[in-house]
Design a protein around this ligand. Structure first.
Ligand code: MSP
Length: 644
């Protein structure tokens, strides 16, 4: 069987890890655990992307050198993964020696093959995206389509990769391999991009006069490598390319897992780069959607970024992993809210799975002294359970293998739910009362053996809970090493006479009201006491950095419908959709006098409701006695410009 090798994106170290990073990496971890349990040798790679302008700017902002800054944030990522139950085989950093060597070997190879040339280029450069945009790609207002800020026009001499040369080859490859990019919607998106003929050559260098935090081009020491060209090569440098047997063993079987935001570099840059270096393309590009919070993109400035460990600490790691894999449908966006999380936990984990274990184990304690009973003759109801177990596990396995984890878990839950129904209809308590121990043994055995199959199937998703469930069922510690595929078509592995746990309480129900009250209380906790070194009344620079202050233009100003003192403002902070901010300035300014003014805004204040309208941020003003003045700029700046 071919080995299975999977990568997550290597994450930028300009921001701390959040739900989005946690999702891709937990998903990757589950897929790799699953493939291992299907009998494939597996290898899982994640890491951090540490070069480029973005990182330099973030380091400067933090008052650190890029090296110290990248070390610290990269460590946050590598230390987070074990806490989320993630076990990567390799954690790659693009500032590592072996990676640098691989990038230089790769560049030299493509250069020697004649696919890198030197030329002059003028383009609109977005520092956020770290890439040039053509006129056509910008919005009608001439802004970067991702960040909605005005890019800088830069004209300079650079090195280019002849990407356009491989357009035809790439299209044919995608057509010939329908699952090269999956799901289908992203494959079609890439094909239409190729059909539009938009594939230009790729600028792959940055002059050192502008950026030094990168890998030197091996053929010109005045330039460093473009961060995306550098980052993509991590997928093979992590396997030891160019001179390690891990690469030989795993390539070209490698699969990549990314979200839709980075489809183009993975679907277009990377396969053409591999082709130009004389390497086979990867096997699959798996593309998932985005986690939104209340249908809104998570962003630091909206203050709606979900911190994974807060959920793990409150509700437990396995409930968190289960929710992520169950509530995001592969390819589509998912909506993360605490309500949805609690509802899923209560319905699937507490009511269905937890209840099944608790009921069956307590009946086994009562009626069979907590030992696995021997089955006798299976009746119709048991044959149905066995058939359903085969179908559910079969569907679970094929869907999970295609990254369709939500549908896979739904398929498995058909079995879990049916087992609960079977408990009701077979009524072991009535059999015990009637003294029918033979039939009672058959029913309880059917339940326990099916529960063992469910527990084993869940090991990739909820490793700790699966181990607990298996040990409650009296299975030896290495039971998880059983091959999942062997579970289909077999029934009867659980040995009669095996001791069982007398009780089980896997997932206690969560009272939604209580939880929310608890989290509100903790949000209202007083801030930590300042360290002794700081003078009373002073704050640390790190505290100041927590504020996101921005300039924006007031587009709409009107009286709040329910409050005389409040105005309802819509302010353009360069985010695409204007922010609604409710401000208590109605006594000081007429709405008409505000429209068109550029003002200072606290952009990352947690949203709050003010007399029935949501306010997402705060307008800053200067108070001179009873007079208020707007804080504005001496000359117009792009909306969204930060105040530092
Ligand atoms: N450094 C590049 C990737 C280079 S790979 C050779 C990069 N880094 S990133 O830190 O911005 O990570 C982007 C990835 O993080 C997404 O593709 C996805 O895996 C994950 N997510 C970040 N936010 C996300 C959501 N809101 N929802 C789901 N996943 C998202 O791009």
């Amino acid at each position: 069987m071919l080995p299975y090798s999977l990568t997550t994106p290597i994450y930028y170290v300009n921001a701390k890890p959040h739900l989005g990073h946690a999702y891709t990496t937990i998903l990757g971890d589950s897929l790799v655990r699953f493939q291992r349990m299907m009998g494939r040798r597996s290898f899982f790679v994640t890491g951090t992307d540490e070069h480029g302008d973005k990182i330099v700017q973030a380091a400067e902002k933090a008052g650190q050198t890029p090296a110290a800054f990248t070390d610290a944030i990269s460590r946050e990522f590598s230390e987070l993964w074990p806490r989320l139950g993630v076990q990567p085989d390799r954690f790659v950093r693009t500032t590592g020696k072996a990676h640098k060597k691989a990038v230089q070997t790769f560049l030299q190879r493509v250069y020697d093959n004649g696919d890198i040339y030197f030329g002059e280029y003028g383009g609109h450069y977005c520092f956020g995206c770290e890439r040039f945009y053509t006129e056509k790609e910008l919005t009608e207002e001439g802004l970067c389509p991702q960040h909605l800020v005005k890019p800088e026009y830069i004209s300079e001499k650079n090195y280019f990769f002849r990407m356009s040369k491989y357009q035809g080859w790439l299209k044919e490859h995608i057509l010939a391999n329908p699952d090269f990019i999956r799901p289908e919607r992203y494959r079609s998106e890439v094909l239409s991009l190729l059909d539009s003929g938009a594939l230009e050559d790729l600028c792959i260098s940055r002059p050192k006069s502008r950026l030094t935090w990168g890998i030197d081009l091996p053929f010109d020491e005045n330039y460093v490598c473009y961060v995306w060209f550098d980052a993509l090569i991590s997928y093979i440098s992590a396997l030891g390319w160019p001179d390690n047997s891990t690469f030989e063993a795993l390539w070209p079987g490698e699969e990549h897992l990314v979200a839709k935001d980075i489809l183009k570099p993975h679907a277009i840059f990377w396969p053409t780069m591999l082709k130009a270096a004389g390497l086979e393309p990867y096997r699959h590009l798996n593309v998932h959607g985005y986690w939104l919070t209340r249908d809104t993109k998570m962003s630091k400035s909206l203050g709606n970024v979900v911190a994974p460990l807060e959920y793990v600490d409150t509700y437990g790691l396995d409930a968190f992993r289960y929710f992520l894999l169950r509530d995001m449908h592969f390819g589509s966006d998912g909506n993360f809210t605490e309500e949805a999380f609690i509802a899923r936990l209560n319905a699937d984990l507490a009511n269905d799975l937890g209840n099944l274990f608790s009921r069956v184990l307590s009946m086994a304690a009562k009626f069979c002294h907590s030992t696995v009973p021997a089955p006798a003759e299976y009746g119709e109801a048991e044959s149905y359970v066995r058939e359903l177990a085969d179908t559910a596990l079969g569907n679970f396995q094929s869907l999970f293998g295609e990254v369709r984890t939500s549908s896979a878990l739904e398929a498995l839950w058909e079995l879990v739910r049916h087992l609960n129904k079977y408990v009701d209809s077979a009524a072991p308590w009535a059999l015990a009362k009637a003294g029918d121990t033979v039939r009672l043994g058959t029913v309880l055995y059917t339940l326990l053996e099916s529960m063992r199959k469910v527990a084993l199937s869940l090991a990739p998703v909820m490793p700790e809970t699966a181990a607990t469930m298996l040990s409650q069922l009296g299975c030896p510690g290495d039971e998880e090493k059983r091959l999942l595929k062997d579970e289909i078509g077999s029934f009867g592995l659980l040995m009669p006479g095996t001791p069982l746990a007398a009780a089980s309480n896997l997932f206690p129900r969560v009272d939604p009201e209580k939880k929310r009250a608890a989290s509100q209380q903790s949000a209202a906790k007083p801030a930590k006491v300042a360290p002794e070194s700081s003078a009373p009344g002073n704050i640390e620079y790190a505290d100041f950095q927590k504020l996101e202050l921005k300039i924006g233009t007031i587009l709409v100003a009107e009286q709040h419908p329910n409050a005389d003192k409040l105005l309802r403002l819509e302010i353009d902070l360069g985010e695409g959709t204007p922010r609604q901010i409710i401000s208590g300035i109605a006594r000081h300014f007429s709405p008409e006098s505000l429209v068109g003014k550029q003002v200072a805004v606290v952009a990352n204040l947690a949203p709050r409701m003010l007399r029935g309208l949501e306010s997402k941020g705060m307008l800053l003003t200067a108070a001179d006695g009873d007079t208020l003045r707007l804080i504005t700029v001496e000359a117009p700046v792009a909306d969204g410009s930060s105040i530092a």
